[in-house]
Design a protein around this ligand. Structure first.
Ligand SMILES: [Zn+2]
Ligand SMILES: [Zn+2]
Length: 290
């Protein structure tokens, strides 16, 4: 496949277009589930995977809105895991969003995130920065609290002059108010998804992983690799597609749309995958459930 064709597949203009990676206000997205689904509709997306970080709160509302506007919603989730010293993301699809074990885990993880935010605020206070946990939680809204919200609270309080300074001076790895995340292994994440009847994919491998990390992750039993992503050049897409084929894995893809700060509207509708990708995922779930 040439680079041009490669790009054409990533930016399909066929009638049916699936974007399998997006975020709402239930994690760090700027749009509510309903706003996101409506935006998908107007962007020409016919199948939308909603993949909030460690949170499934958006799925019911999104599915209802999807039914009324004519967008097929794929239940999704972007799980945080740790590989060695690195944070990695595992995308899950087509699981049962009411699976008890999964919900218990997400609730546990939510509490751990809250405790971590508390510890960072305490450290910042010790550094004579009077930011409060309430201010941090205000920035998180209904979503899972994380370092971006601590950074936003620091910026809003006038303690720093730009968003990145929060990470460089205070909460980045090795900085004085940094706190480690609760650590979940990729194996645990993949197992949790499988027990809830879903499939798991390694998210945006090109963003931060080496070939060795990828092989290690493949060995924990992932079902596939995210091939189409704004951080992947056409050559990288080709590379990950080949790897998926080599290891008999499925592929997925999407825009990782957040709205607002993280990326602009131009990505939504520009990073889609053909419908066969969704059909293969469904087949894999069906086969595993027998
Ligand atoms: Zn991610
Ligand atoms: Zn994402």
């Amino acid at each position: 496949m040439t680079e041009m064709e490669e790009r054409a597949e990533g930016a399909s203009t066929a009638q049916e277009r699936a974007d399998l990676h997006s975020h709402t206000t239930y994690s760090d997205g700027a749009l509510t589930p309903e706003q996101l689904v409506r935006k998908a509709k107007s962007s020409g997306i016919t199948t939308l995977g909603i993949t909030d970080h460690d949170n499934v709160g958006a799925l019911a509302e999104a599915a209802e809105c999807g039914r009324s506007v004519g967008v097929d919603i794929i239940p999704g989730l972007e799980l945080s895991a740790t590989l060695g010293e690195k944070d990695v993301h595992i995308l899950a699809y087509l699981f049962d969003p009411s699976n008890e074990r999964l919900l218990e885990y997400l609730e546990f993880f939510r509490r751990e995130r809250l405790k971590r935010a508390e510890r960072m605020v305490k450290k910042l206070n010790q550094l004579s920065i009077p930011v409060t946990l309430e201010a941090v939680l205000d920035h998180a809204g209904i979503g899972s609290v994380g370092r971006p919200h601590v950074a936003s609270a620091l910026l809003a309080g006038g303690y720093i002059s730009n968003y990145h300074e929060a990470f460089d001076r205070y909460i980045g790895v090795g900085a004085p108010a940094y706190e480690k995340k609760y650590q979940v292994s990729p194996q645990e994440a993949v197992r949790l998804v499988a027990l809830a009847g879903g499939v798991s994919f390694f998210a945006h491998p090109g963003k931060y992983t080496t070939e060795a990390d990828l092989v290690q992750l493949i060995n924990v039993g992932l079902d596939g690799i995210e091939v189409v992503h704004p951080s992947h050049s056409p050559t990288m897409q080709q590379h990950y597609r080949r790897l998926a084929q080599q290891y008999f894995l499925l592929e997925s893809g999407g825009s990782d749309f957040h709205g607002g700060r993280k990326n602009d509207d131009t990505v939504f509708g520009a990073y889609t995958v053909p419908m066969r990708v969704v059909e293969e995922m469904r087949r894999r779930c069906f086969r595993s459930s027998r």
